[in-house]
Design a protein around this ligand. Structure first.
Ligand SMILES: [Zn+2]
Length: 284
């Protein structure tokens, strides 16, 4: 197990919000009205294998504990669950346009949510899939996306950006995107089904031609029909293709740091979900 970094200069830092450890990103902290946090697995009440701040309702954990964990997470941001909006994630590229009318609700099925309404806190749950936080400080609009390999094949990150541009009036160039803690290429061995699906979307880049651990490549270390896939790089490229002005990659691997984050892969499917929340505070 690697020591989890507490700070990467200019990228993220570890803080305590309420009584909960969180990660926050420097590039999302310049706007004083924007609240955001990537929670960890620490500070909740769930028992193993969901210990302890599990936010997933569908992983087999005690619902009472999950509810108490949600209360802690929102309390740490100084908000209430009635201000949060979430969705049923299905590994799609469906984007939900969320408004103040959705507060306290499950907005529907989808893998990205976008809003320009203050006082609405987008909330999603992760355990290896890639969280993508989107922020347009000019339009004061935000987005949050969930990209596993299926969502990446469908370009959910690009779909979320296009929704902010087309439905909220954002300029893609003004948007900062943060690729949060999720499984890294170091730990993400994939088989032929995933390789073929990714090669169809990124035809220039084949696992066959991959060089071991070369930065900026989608695949590495192919042997015996397997490859290691870099979902951070794939999503970075899709965000840039969608015109996003700045893409920040946390570089925090959930499987390497399963002491801090839930990792579906590292824990063989028996684990919880950590939360990512962002929203504009309502101004008095
Ligand atoms: Zn790793």
């Amino acid at each position: 197990m690697l020591t989890t970094p507490f700070r990467k200069k200019g990228v993220f830092r570890h803080e305590v919000a309420g009584r909960l450890p969180v990660y926050r990103f420097d590039q999302l902290s310049n706007d004083p009205h924007l609240a955001h946090a990537v929670f960890t697995r620490l500070g909740g009440i769930s028992r193993p294998p969901f210990a302890s701040l599990n936010l997933g309702h569908t992983v087999g954990d005690d619902p009472t504990a999950v509810q108490a964990n949600h209360t802690r997470v929102y309390g740490a941001l100084g908000i209430h669950g009635s201000q949060a909006v979430t969705c049923h994630m299905t590994h799609s590229a469906d984007v939900l346009l969320v408004t103040a009318a959705n507060k306290g609700q499950v907005a529907g099925q989808g893998d990205a949510m976008v809003t320009a309404d203050a006082g609405v806190y987008l909330s999603m749950r992760f355990a290896d899939c890639v969280p993508i936080l989107l922020h347009d400080p000019q339009r004061k609009a935000i987005g949050l996306a969930h990209a596993g390999w299926r969502g990446t094949v469908k370009d959910v990150a690009g779909a979320a950006v296009r929704s902010m541009v087309n439905q909220l009036g954002c300029s893609a160039q003004a948007i900062t995107a943060v690729i949060g803690p999720s499984i890294g290429r170091c730990c993400y061995q994939v088989g032929q089904d995933v390789i073929q699906a990714m090669e169809a979307v990124f035809p220039q880049e084949t696992a066959q031609a991959a060089v071991e651990d070369q930065d900026g490549r989608l695949f590495s270390r192919r042997n015996g029909g397997y490859a290691y896939l870099d979902l951070w790089e794939a999503n970075r490229r899709q965000l840039e293709a969608a015109g996003v002005g700045r893409v920040i990659v946390a570089g925090l691997c959930t499987a390497c740091h399963a002491d801090f984050f839930f990792s579906h892969r590292a824990e063989r499917g028996r684990t919880g979900r950590f939360g990512v929340v962002l929203g504009y505070r309502e101004q008095a």
